[in-house]
Structure formats: structure tokens, C-alpha cells
Design a protein around this ligand. Structure first.
Ligand SMILES: [Zn+2]
Length: 496
């Protein structure tokens, strides 16, 4: 971060602290009571503000969010437990998308200038470009001569823009996997065939075609340079195919029925303008704070409570605020730290509070934390993950099949106090819990049920949250954590 921006951030942060209630003087005696929807929602709104720009790791906005969280940790009195103060640094790919942006279909029947967010979005790691070119329909965008399937076999896409289905086929050849279906892999294939850009469209014949979401989950590989990558609506895709005798849905049918490629050059052109700035190794950070246990022996064991701070950023001014995903979990971490610090009864075991970077890109922050832990993983009695905890109507506690003892503790507390928890659970970790699960650390994953209506959409805003459910879920996490840190739980064997 540049020094000038640092000063701006400092001013912004002090403005927040002067305008919000003073978190230290207003904490009630009971940690549980200090957890309330007003305080949680206040932090969610701050994290969703324009200033934090959708919290994409590598961006100024993410850095500000991390500094805000570190300041809160410091105010609460947590000990810094990163590499430098509260920050544990790691490098990730970062792409900034600036204005102006254009996506236009030039068709003989109907030319349309489309709208960002409504008719198209950029795949997060799009390259720059300013071009008009003819469009080629290339089915699933797959080139697998080893399986005898190649969408590029009978079509020359040189200097064309290709349109492909974002997903792989739902059928297989010889029961072989198609491999990954990330945008990067399909982009690299198109790029190697000398195309100039790629348009993804969700499989139109799915029961619920994927909406136009913001995403930085891109898959592995080198980023093709100056190669725009967009996801467009089914309607825009149909406009591109107009005059070719097929709708996009009929195109999918044709391929699915024959299990063979059906690629062709359309009659129409697309115009694309996008300005992107790509950094392969942008610095970002987890935020880590420690609350040391009060018992001379038990404090040597840890509970980790984590949530991802990052989201998918913004695209040329279109903000993805990520209120539920995961400003809700991040705000909960701050309030849980406050609740434990100021409760009359000090936790006996130690607690590590962590805000992870780059969950949305592939769990990079939590993986980095687990791989570079200074404490022996045997000393972590449990990990709690909080992700998407403020939307919907009930509470789900995940990973109960892998850590049933933890799940039952949460379930008993819920039955006594809230009665909001569903029976349904899962195994194998999930999101930021997964790297801990893989190290045989027991854990549970708090999520509000039916949480994903606005997932990765610009509409994931604070006002959509169910603040009363949110408060109860964080209180459930607090009471469950209390049992762990007070020594009433012995680390269980993870069921795999
Ligand atoms: Zn999330």
C-alpha cells in the first residue's frame, strides 16, 4: 500500500471508531450478552462498504479490511499471532478490472449493447482487450483427442472470439473424467487455438442454469495475456447465434445427443472492451490474533475460530459486497473475540481467531495457515469455521459426520437455547475447515441454512440478512466454543 493511501485508511478507520460505539466501554459483563445483532450488523455494513471494494485479496480494499480487523483485534486486546503483528502474509494472483467496459453483440438482426452485472460479468481473471471479432460456437470448449472428442477439430477460430459452455458435459466417454472445468483451462485451450477472447455461457438445459456470478475461482495454469474472459447470459448467447439456425439450447442438445462436437462460425460479431491489471504474485494476508488461556496447563491447547474475510471484489465499479459471504462470518470473529476477552470467566484453553484470505480463490489463506503453523497441529483441539451465517431461516452445523462429538455439543446447546439447528450435516470438512480436516483436526462448520440465494451476486447486501437468526447462530458458536475452551471436550478422532 502506498503511504498516501495508508494515511487515507487511517483517517477512514479512525472515523469508524469515533462514529461506532466504543467497543470496550460498552461490553456487558457477560460475553454471551455482548453478542448482539446491532454490533454484528454494524461490522457487516463496514466490511461491505465501497471503501473495502468487495475485499478481493491483493486489492487496496482487502488491505483496508484486513487493517480494520487487525485494529479491532488490537482494541480487544488479542495478542498478534501473525508473522508481522497480526498479519500472516502470502502471495496470490490478483486482477483489477477498470472502466470503461463494453460487451456488444453485432448481429444482422439485432445489435445490442449489454449491461455489466445484468447480461454479462467478467470471469475474475479476465485479460485486457479492445476488439471486435466474429464469434465461433465451440460447444463445451474441450479439446481431448485422447478421448476422441475435440470441439476445435473442425473449426478455425483464429482471430475469432469463441463462445463455450462454462460446464463440462454431464455425460462421459468411456467413463473417463473430463478433468477440471475451470475457466482457465478452457481459456488456455481457446488461446492456444489462436482465438482472441472467450465467452462462457452456462449450460442452458440445466434445471437451474448458473446465474452470472462474480468469481475468482479460476483453476490452475498460466494466465493467457490480453485475452478477455466473460460469462454472458443465455439471452445474449442466443443473440450471438441468431441467423445460424440454432438456439444455444438446441446447440447443447445436438452435442449431447450425438456425444460429438458441433462447432461452427456464427454469422455475428462481438465487441469487447476491458482494461485489466494482472499481478501473478500480489501480497495479501491472513489476520491472526491470540487470546491466551487462563489455565497454566490447559492454555497449551488451542481452539481455532476462523472465517474468510475475502470476497470477489468489484468489476469496473460493480461491487460484490459479500454481506453473507462472508462479512457475516468475519464480523462474528470480531464479536466472539470480544465476548471471550471480556467475559467474567476467562477461557482456560487458548483461542486463535483467524480471518483467512483467498477462500474464494481456492482456500489459499487457510491452506497457507495450516502449512505454516508454528504450533503443533496436535495442540489444536478443534477448529470452528463460520461461513455464510446470516441469511436464511435455520442453522446447519457441518462436518458432524467427521466430528460427531463436537456436533452433539452444538446440538445439545441449540436444543436448550434456540431450537434452530437442522439434523442434516456432512463429512470431510468443507471450505476453510478442509485443510484442518486433512491434518486430522476435528472441527465444525457453522452456516445458516438456505444461505445461498444471493451467492456471489451484487445483491448479497447487509439488508438481506436475517439479523435475529444471525445473532442466535453466533451465540450458539460462542456457547459451543465455551465448552471446548473450558476443558469439557477431549479431542476426538476425526472420522474419514
Ligand atoms: Zn464463503
Amino acid at each position: 500500500m502506498k503511504p498516501a493511501n495508508k494515511i487515507k485508511t487511517a483517517l477512514f478507520l479512525s472515523a469508524i471508531f469515533f462514529t461506532c460505539d466504543n467497543i470496550i466501554s460498552q461490553v456487558p459483563d457477560s460475553g454471551l450478552e455482548s453478542i448482539n445483532s446491532k454490533s454484528l450488523m454494524q461490522t457487516v455494513k463496514i466490511l461491505c462498504s465501497k471503501e473495502f471494494d468487495g475485499r478481493l485479496p491483493g486489492s487496496e480494499g482487502y488491505n483496508k479490511a484486513a487493517e480494520f480487523a487487525a485494529e479491532r483485534f488490537e482494541q480487544i486486546g488479542l495478542s498478534p499471532a501473525g508473522d508481522e503483528s497480526f498479519f500472516q502474509y502470502l502471495n496470490v494472483e490478483y486482477n483489477r478490472i477498470d472502466s470503461p467496459v463494453v460487451f456488444k453483440v453485432i448481429a444482422s438482426q439485432k445489435s445490442v449493447l449489454y449491461k455489466l452485472g445484468k447480461d454479462f460479468v467478467f470471469r475474475g481473471l479476465t485479460g485486457s482487450g479492445n476488439l471486435t471479432a466474429q464469434v465461433a460456437f465451440c460447444g463445451y470448449g474441450i479439446s481431448r483427442p485422447d478421448l476422441g472428442y475435440d470441439d476445435y477439430k473442425n473449426v478455425n477460430v483464429e482471430n475469432k472470439i469463441v463462445i463455450v459452455f462454462k460446464q463440462n458435459p454431464s455425460w462421459k466417454i468411456n467413463d473417463e473424467s473430463w478433468g477440471q472445468e475451470y475457466p482457465r483451462e478452457k481459456s488456455i485451450i481457446a488461446f492456444k487455438h489462436s482465438a482472441k477472447g472467450i465467452l462462457f455461457v452456462s449450460r442452458p438445459n440445466d434445471e437451474k442454469p448458473q446465474p452470472l456470478i462474480g468469481s475468482v475461482m479460476h483453476g490452475e495454469g498460466e494466465q493467457p495475456r490480453d485475452f478477455p474472459q466473460l460469462q454472458i447470459s443465455i439471452e445474449a448467447a442466443n443473440n450471438l447465434l441468431s441467423g445460424s439456425g440454432f438456439t444455444i439450447s438446441e446447440g447443447q442438445n445436438k452435442i449431447d445427443e450425438s456425444k460429438g462436437p458441433y462447432s461452427f462460425i456464427t454469422k455475428n460479431e462481438a465487441e469487447i472492451e476491458v482494461h485489466a491489471e494482472y499481478e501473478k504474485n500480489a501480497r495479501t494476508m491472513n489476520v491472526v490474533g491470540l487470546l491466551e488461556g487462563s489455565d497454566p496447563i490447559l492454555k497449551d491447547k488451542y481452539l481455532v475460530i476462523g472465517a474468510h474475510l475475502d470476497h470477489v471484489g468489484s468489476q469496473a465499479g460493480l461491487l460484490f459486497p459479500g454481506a453473507n459471504d462472508n462479512a457475516s462470518g468475519s464480523a462474528a470473529i470480531i464479536d466472539l473475540a470480544k465476548a471471550f476477552q471480556f467475559d467474567d470467566t476467562k477461557p482456560k484453553r487458548s483461542i486463535l481467531f483467524i480471518l483467512f484470505a483467498s477462500e474464494e480463490q481456492g482456500l489459499f489463506g487457510s491452506k497457507y495457515f495450516v502449512e505454516n503453523m508454528k504450533i503443533n497441529p496436535d495442540k489444536i483441539v478443534a477448529m470452528f469455521n463460520l461461513d455464510c451465517i446470516g441469511y436464511g431461516d435455520s442453522i446447519q452445523v457441518g462436518n458432524g459426520k467427521s466430528s460427531p462429538k463436537l456436533w452433539r455439543i452444538a446440538n445439545e446447546i441449540d436444543e436448550e437455547n434456540f431450537n434452530l439447528m437442522v439434523e442434516d450435516t456432512w463429512s470431510g470438512g468443507g471450505a476453510d475447515l478442509t485443510p484442518f480436516y486433512e491434518k486430522d483436526i476435528p472441527g465444525i462448520y457453522f452456516v445458516s441454512k438456505y444461505s445461498y440465494d444471493h451467492l456471489h451476486l451484487p445483491t448479497d447486501k447487509p439488508e438481506t440478512l436475517n439479523s435475529s437468526l444471525y445473532e442466535k447462530l453466533v451465540r450458539l458458536a460462542y456457547l459451543t466454543a465455551r465448552e471446548i475452551v473450558d476443558g469439557n471436550y477431549g479431542r476426538e478422532e476425526v472420522i474419514k
